[in-house]
Ligand binder design. Structure first.
Ligand SMILES: Nc1ncnc2c1ncn2[C@@H]1O[C@H](COP(=O)(O)OP(=O)(O)OP(=O)(O)O)[C@@H](O)[C@H]1O
Length: 329
């Protein structure tokens, strides 16, 4: 298919659900039969959003500035949805809108539904790991997680069980060796930046929330740690029917394979929403998105590198006018 160079088609039809892809190293990221059975009692959190627009009040009496425009999508229990796109495209803003955390001066329109209803998330249902990490610098890793477990887990859980659970979560995040290291801060050196990130995820996952928002969970982590952390999260999501929505900058190919769905944004608009596997298919006869639109992902190139290079026009010498074709369905 030949398309004009100035045309970057946006929005792909949302494909109907199909079997979830298997991750690397045999990490099967599909809800287990036990989860499926359990879902009859607790269906988990189906999050859907339609035509979400976010604007910020203009300063000095200027017109409001649009940050997100006409964003639609969904996230299902047991699955990981990745929100990707160039820096400043609106990933954090979309996460904040979905989590109901937009700050003052930021206006939102559109529909966000929890299990088909317009309702607020019940306390304890969701957790949000932000980009900024706030931890007590004087505590050790073990103390930080243990105190959080004491505070967050129900009073009916005995202290010994809370401690055992805290230690298991620390091990799951690959922090065993740093268990008794002080967190540290700007003045006193402690655990590394990547370990701080993993510790924050640990603390948020203690209560096994039904809906987990992650803003850049792999930033500051090397590729092995990124894969370890994301595969662990995908496994827990699959095992326990947790819904995961993660803004991710530039995942490795292995990490990308763990995502069920992909929401690709550029300049506050949707480029692609659908199954992650459908964005990367390279066969020339493929009906899938980047191939169909004339931008197939070359063999051996990391899909996320390809997407970002294709849609990031911030550094083009000759501005490329992007025509936003919103042809949902
Ligand atoms: N409160 C605000 N006031 C003004 N502009 C804002 C505000 N919040 C966000 N923006 C702008 O909205 C755009 C999207 O910001 P956002 O943080 O959502 O992007 P992002 O994709 O998460 O970026 P990054 O990957 O660099 O973290 C940016 O241009 C940002 O400057």
């Amino acid at each position: 298919m030949v398309i004009p160079p100035s045309t970057l088609p946006l929005w792909a039809p949302t494909p109907s659900p199909s079997p979830a892809p298997a991750g690397f190293d045999g990490v099967v990221v599909e809800p287990s039969p036990a989860v499926r059975a359990g879902m009859e009692d607790d269906p988990g959190v189906f999050l859907t959003w339609e035509d979400v627009c976010v604007t910020v009040d203009g300063s000095y009496g200027r017109e409001p500035v649009s940050i997100l425009s006409g964003i639609s999508g969904h996230a299902a229990p047991g699955e990981v949805l990745a929100i990707m796109g160039p820096s400043g495209c609106g990933k954090t803003t979309l996460l904040d809108a979905l989590a109901g955390r937009l700050g003052p001066g930021i206006n939102e329109a559109g529909e966000i539904l929890i299990n088909g209803r317009r309702e607020k998330l019940a306390f304890g249902t969701s957790a949000y790991v932000t980009q900024e990490i706030m931890l007590m610098s004087t505590l050790s890793v073990r103390e930080a997680v243990y105190y959080s477990a004491q505070l967050q887990l129900p009073e009916t859980v005995p202290a010994a069980k809370k401690r055992a659970h805290a230690e298991r979560v620390i091990r799951e995040m690959g922090l065993s060796d740093a268990m008794d290291t002080r967190i540290g801060g700007r003045i006193t050196k402690g655990i590394s930046g990547g370990q701080r990130k993993r510790l924050t995820i640990c603390i948020e996952m203690l209560t096994r929330p039904r809906l987990l928002f992650l803003d850049e969970p792999t930033s500051g982590l090397d590729s092995a740690a990124s894969y370890h952390v994301m595969s662990h999260i995908a496994r827990i999501a699959a095992r326990e029917g947790m819904t995961v929505v993660a803004a991710v900058h530039q995942p490795s190919g292995d990490v990308f394979e763990l995502f069920h769905s992909l929401c690709l944004l550029a300049y506050g608009r949707t480029v692609f929403f659908g199954e992650a596997a459908h964005a990367t298919e390279v066969s020339i006869s493929s009906p899938f998105f980047f191939t169909q639109t004339g931008f197939p992902c070359p063999n051996l190139r990391n899909p996320s590198d390809h997407f970002l290079r294709t849609i990031n026009k911030d550094f083009d010498e000759v501005p490329l006018f992007i025509i936003f074709i919103s042809c949902c369905e």
